[in-house]
Design a protein around this ligand. Structure first.
Ligand code: SF4
Length: 218
């Protein structure tokens, strides 16, 4: 009997698919590491999880977050190849697959050998602690989550220059909760409005209207 990928409470996705568990970046707030360390991968060293890879996608269109337990920066090449192959085998064009990384050079490194399918969106996560000067124009969106340090208007404007980015996500750190100062939020929303971008502000950031997940990715 086929096992379906899991629905998720992540507000900007409908499901998660985790063919890889583990990451070497060592972010102090990493919830994935806490879960993995407790239940199945104490060292949090990246590992291929065949059972998860084989799970079935839903029949109805879904927004599938592919790497909630890892960062593709640390994936082996054949893992990337297998995952992209499954996504692009023609049966799943109606799903959207979301990848996130903190590596601004991911297109020059891990993804350099691959053609990215049209229904794959690749986002760069920036928490404010380290802001790249320039990013690859192929990124689809920026994910300021969890935002733990200020990103100035100048930083946001510079990051968007010459890219095809049309979407931005903002979210606060949870567990422990860390409120984002309103000025930091305005820095991002102000530039996002100037560029005419779609904005998804998570429920844990107050004072901002909520956009529906599916509308966000349309
Ligand atoms: S990049 Fe993501 S998965 Fe990796 S340690 Fe940081 S929060 Fe965890």
């Amino acid at each position: 009997m086929p096992v379906l990928i899991s629905p998720t409470r992540i507000e900007w996705a409908t499901h998660v698919w985790n063919p890889v568990h583990g990451c070497l970046r060592g972010c102090p707030y990493c919830y994935a590491k806490k879960i993995a360390s407790r239940y199945f991968n104490p060292s949090f060293t990246p590992e291929w999880v065949e059972k998860s890879y084989r799970k079935t996608f839903p029949i109805n269109p879904a927004i599938i977050f592919v790497s909630s337990m890892s960062d593709i920066e640390y994936w082996e090449q054949d893992w990337i190849e297998k995952v992209l192959k499954k996504i692009s085998d023609g049966k799943y064009n109606y799903h959207i697959f979301i990848f996130l990384t903190k590596c601004p050079e991911i297109f020059e490194l891990q993804l350099r050998n691959y053609k990215i399918p049209k229904n794959v969106k690749i986002g760069l996560t920036i928490d404010g602690t380290k802001i790249p000067y320039k990013i690859n124009p192929e990124f689809d969106f920026l994910n300021f989550e969890p935002l733990i340090e200020e990103v100035t208007q100048g930083d946001v404007a510079r990051l968007l220059l010459y890219t095809k980015i049309r979407r931005i996500i903002i979210g606060a750190q949870t567990n422990p909760y860390r409120e984002i100062p309103i000025r930091w939020i305005r820095n991002i929303t102000y530039i996002s409005d100037i560029y005419g971008l779609k904005l998804f502000v998570k429920n844990n950031v107050r004072n901002y209207p909520v956009v529906q997940c599916r509308d966000f990715w349309k």
